[in-house]
Design a protein around this ligand. Structure first.
Ligand code: RTP
Ligand code: MG
Length: 140
């Protein structure tokens, strides 16, 4: 299987509870390697741009408010089949539906404050990594 990249966000509910290390450890234990990482305060414009695909959804305004409510940690991750590997360790969007042992089952507070984002395809992983990182910030 090929080593690929994905993009992850440790969301404000996690940074607020000082879970950056605990979440990152679960990603690493799942076979993912952090190849870029930075803690940022997302602007409203960044959050609206990043989640533009959801702009007609009823939860869009709340999602943008949540994602700008505190710091986030954006990361590029590498590993075998990284997108699927990350989605598996993250668990379902709604923590009530997430499998035991997943990040969201362990830490998420609600369907919105669900601790992590992960890209849903290789194509979106590249778009999302490029949204937050220059290539020279990524060290594989
Ligand atoms: P993500 O994009 O963050 O990895 O999560 P996902 O694919 O599992 O979920 P998606 O459908 O893409 O939704 C993006 C984020 O929007 C929030 N959300 N809120 N209130 C709601 O019904 C609702 N539904 C989704 C969550 O923060 C979700 O991760
Ligand atoms: Mg999504």
């Amino acid at each position: 299987m090929a080593v690929t990249r994905t993009f992850s966000i440790i969301k404000p509910d996690a940074t607020r509870r000082n879970l950056t290390g605990a979440v990152t450890k679960m990603l690493e234990d799942a076979g993912l390697r952090v190849i870029a990482s930075k803690r940022i305060q997302m602007t409203k414009e960044q959050a609206e741009g990043f989640y533009a695909v959801h702009k007609e959804r009823p939860f869009f305004g709340d999602l943008v408010a949540f994602m700008t409510s505190g710091p986030v940690v954006v990361q590029a991750l590498a590993g075998e089949d990284a997108v699927l590997r990350n989605r598996t360790i993250m668990g379902a969007t709604n923590p009530a539906d997430a499998d035991d042992g997943t990040i969201r089952k362990t830490f998420a507070e609600s369907i919105e404050a669900n601790t992590v984002h992960g890209s849903d395809s290789d194509e979106n992983a590249k778009i999302e990594i490029d949204f937050f990182f220059d290539e020279n910030e990524i060290v594989g």
